[in-house]
Design a protein around this ligand. Sequence first.
Ligand SMILES: Nc1ncnc2c1ncn2[C@@H]1O[C@H](COP(=O)(O)OS(=O)(=O)O)[C@@H](OP(=O)(O)O)[C@H]1O
Ligand SMILES: [Mg+2]
Ligand SMILES: [Mg+2]
Ligand SMILES: [Mg+2]
Length: 398
Amino acid sequence: MVTINCLRGVPKITYTSTPKITISKPVVSLFSKRASPLVAIVAAASFSSMSYDTELAAAKKAASLAARLCQKVQKALLQSDVQSKSDKSPVTVADYGSQALVSFVLERELPSESFSLVAEEDSGDLRKESGQETLQRITKLVNDTIANDGSFSVPTLTAADVLGAIDCGKSDGGSHGRHWVLDPIDGTKGFVRGDQYAIALALLDEGKVVLGVLACPNLPLASIGGDSRHSSDDEVGCLFFAKVGAGTYMQSLDGSSPIKVHVSTTENPEEASFFESFEAAHSSHDLSSSIANKLGVKAPPVRIDSQAKYGALSRGDGAIYLRFPHKGYREKIWDHAAGCIVVTEAGGVATDAAGNPLDFSKGRYLDLDTGIIVTNQKLMPSLLKAVRESLDEATSSL
Ligand SMILES: Nc1ncnc2c1ncn2[C@@H]1O[C@H](COP(=O)(O)OS(=O)(=O)O)[C@@H](OP(=O)(O)O)[C@H]1O
Ligand SMILES: [Mg+2]
Ligand SMILES: [Mg+2]
Ligand SMILES: [Mg+2]
């Protein structure tokens, strides 16, 4: 049995990848409430000079391997593979398998780190009698993916190992220390439909997102912006990655050389196309249409699932992302952490509907005013104005 222990104390396992350089961690107290502004500035600068190279390499490896598992499942997806969680949202063997794999890879690749993971799935349903067959399938998927990769020399994982790896994701996150943040499949509805989805992995350090990786197995390498034409022959599979202060890069999931990407620089809303959720239940299409009209956006919305929207935006496929969940919905940090750094390091701005920056330091949920909006620096003031007017109109018509 291989113990995947988020609290460490892991039995030593033969490890065939290259040895890693240990990076010193920031001083925890720098961001305490009592820190002076000067200390906070020095601390902010030290985030951007910290390399996080080892962590980024581990995150890219983890997300790429999880993407391979997901691609295999999406090709052969049967309706019986899709289950309903207690909130009625879908979950598949690939969501669980991806979470177990990322947890496994981070644990193995970063052996000197204390390991805290805030992730979407938990093993509750898999521990029930009714979950046993699904658990066996997940365990096989995870073992097959590790074996095909060939860079880990570990005994076959048992079902208990897989349950343990999934449950590493129960951390509460917060404003102190380091926390990995994972959505093992973001856009599960898109995944089940055969459309867009993403494996989204980010690292929080003292409550700030310091790196993010988005694996988007179905996203074309070429632009999907408003007027771009694409065909089924387009090469698909993008890996976006960003480190604080170091920009955003994209490479193919097959491992091409990374290219630096940048958000659209348009100042003219008439030239700007916008992204929104595919599912109308996840974001009000009426509200975004009203905002787009006020801004003078001419192109129809580009509706795709998942944080692939942030990835596409980071390379300038469109210029705006609008997300307005219906009343009562609380946004989770794993639905935005990786996407947010990918787009901001590419020159974009992500805020809530009132223009406040997104705060990932409050635990598993984002504490925000209704809605999330993303665009470039130049368009943000007019976008915020249009959002305010549309929200006021929506409220007064109630
Ligand atoms: N009711 C409601 N309102 C708003 N958001 C919700 C809602 N229900 C779910 N979710 C979350 O939406 C995540 C997927 O977001 P998307 O932008 O990809 O939605 S969509 O699939 O494009 O419609 C989706 O992520 P995954 O569960 O990882 O797929 C959910 O976290
Ligand atoms: Mg989900
Ligand atoms: Mg999600
Ligand atoms: Mg998910």
